[in-house]
Design a protein around this ligand. Structure first.
Ligand code: NAD
Ligand code: ZN
Length: 349
């Protein structure tokens, strides 16, 4: 039997990743076969690596993990006419049903049967993958491969940053992880007036400044209000908030810092027992919107347009490490220790 290498969550424990020989995939009639060139490690993969409560509930072992990738099409199924051999492609990792109310109404990002590649089924950390043609995104090959490999989280940033109008608005971003960082140049291009970013990591806050934040707040030593006091034009609080930390206290800080009528988009995965100051939400007429994934495929279209007009340079700054895929263990440990931005695994020989 023909085999290929893949990174598999093999055992139900901290770490538990193995490089294994797995069966070589054969694409179905409506799939394409992709030779993986680069993959990136997501926070979700770190949850699986750490084998936390969410991973224990969600992941069936053994399973190939990973969902952020770029590769080259090497074969297409009999029914595929939209993708060609030789194209550089990435893909939407949320597979939708196509028949639920939201799918048939043109809102597949709201599908109630969404299945996640690398989470609910085998993922992309492998030499090849058979991928549904419907979910393939054909890339502009002039954009660097490293950048193309992180379109999944970049798409989270695009979708979240554009979920409310920001032209002329003051925006608070809680969390300067890769997604929070990438949202800054997008907010800038969308016309935000002031962009303030919070975190507890000085290096990440420095990068936020480089990417165009007007001010940063290290919430370990400063309050948002102390920093906002230096901006006389921000009189009544923030108009738009992007929660991108998953931290309970960051979300609470954000709610307090919003102007009446403000809009909050929540991407960060907050704890189940998150406390919310409902009096502030109600009496300040705040809108809270949960964000999952990306809009199919408007986010991908806008993201490509942004990358083709300079965003690729900004996005490249959040990539801090490149490893050969065989050194995956070191890459995961580095990322799990919080000592990196985006970490890329290289699969091209
Ligand atoms: P990340 O974990 O790298 O970034 C989170 C950042 O928040 C870190 O820099 C951390 O230092 C910072 N932080 C911690 N405590 C803080 C506090 N009190 N105040 C301000 N900042 C604080 O994650 P990421 O990859 O950038 O993703 C951001 C969030 O979005 C994560 O929670 C992730 O799980 C979530 N996510 C959600 C979706 C979705 O579809 N909803 C998709 C991808 C990621
Ligand atoms: Zn559906």
């Amino acid at each position: 039997m023909k085999t290929m290498k893949a990174i598999v969550k093999a055992s139900q424990q901290l770490g538990g990743l193995e490089l294994r020989d797995v069966p070589f995939p054969t694409p179905d009639d409506d799939q394409v076969l992709i030779k993986i060139k680069k993959t990136a490690i997501c926070g979700t993969d770190i949850h699986i690596f750490n084998w936390d409560a969410w991973a224990q509930k969600t992941i069936k072992t053994p399973q190939i993990i990973g969902h952020e990738f770029v590769g080259e099409v090497v074969a297409v199924g009999r029914l595929v006419s939209t993708v060609k051999v030789g194209q550089i492609v990435s893909g939407e990792g949320h597979l939708v049903c196509g028949y639920c109310r939201n799918c048939i109404s043109g809102f597949p990002h709201l599908c109630c049967h969404t299945v996640g590649i690398g989470v609910n089924m085998d993922g992309v950390f492998s030499e090849y993958i058979a991928f549904p043609a419907s979910n393939v995104w054909v890339c502009d090959p002039s954009i660097p491969l490293d950048v193309l490999s992180i379109q999944d989280p970049l798409g989270n940033a695009v979708h979240t940053a554009l979920s409310f109008p920001v032209l002329g608005e003051d925006v608070l971003v809680t969390g300067a992880g890769p997604i929070g960082l990438m949202s800054v140049p997008i907010l800038r291009r969308a016309g935000a007036r002031y962009i303030v970013v919070t975190d507890i990591n000085p290096e990440r806050l420095k990068l936020a400044k480089e990417l165009g934040a007007d001010a940063t707040v290290d919430v370990r030593s400063q309050t948002i209000q102390e920093v906002v006091a230096k901006f006389p034009l921000i009189r009544e609080g923030f108009d738009v908030g992007l929660e991108m930390s998953g931290s309970a206290s960051a979300f609470s800080d954000m709610v307090e810092a919003m102007a009446n009528g403000g809009n909050i988009a929540i991407l960060g995965i907050l704890p189940q027992d998150q406390q919310v100051n409902w009096n502030k939400v109600i009496f300040s007429s705040l809108t809270l919107r949960g964000i999952y994934g990306r809009q199919m495929y408007d986010t991908w279209y806008k993201m490509t347009a942004l990358l083709q007009t300079g965003l690729d340079k900004d996005v490249a700054k959040v990539i801090t490490h490149n490893f050969d895929y065989t050194n995956f263990q070191e890459a995961f440990e580095l990322m799990a220790a919080g000592k990196s931005g985006k970490v890329i695994l290289d699969w091209s020989e």
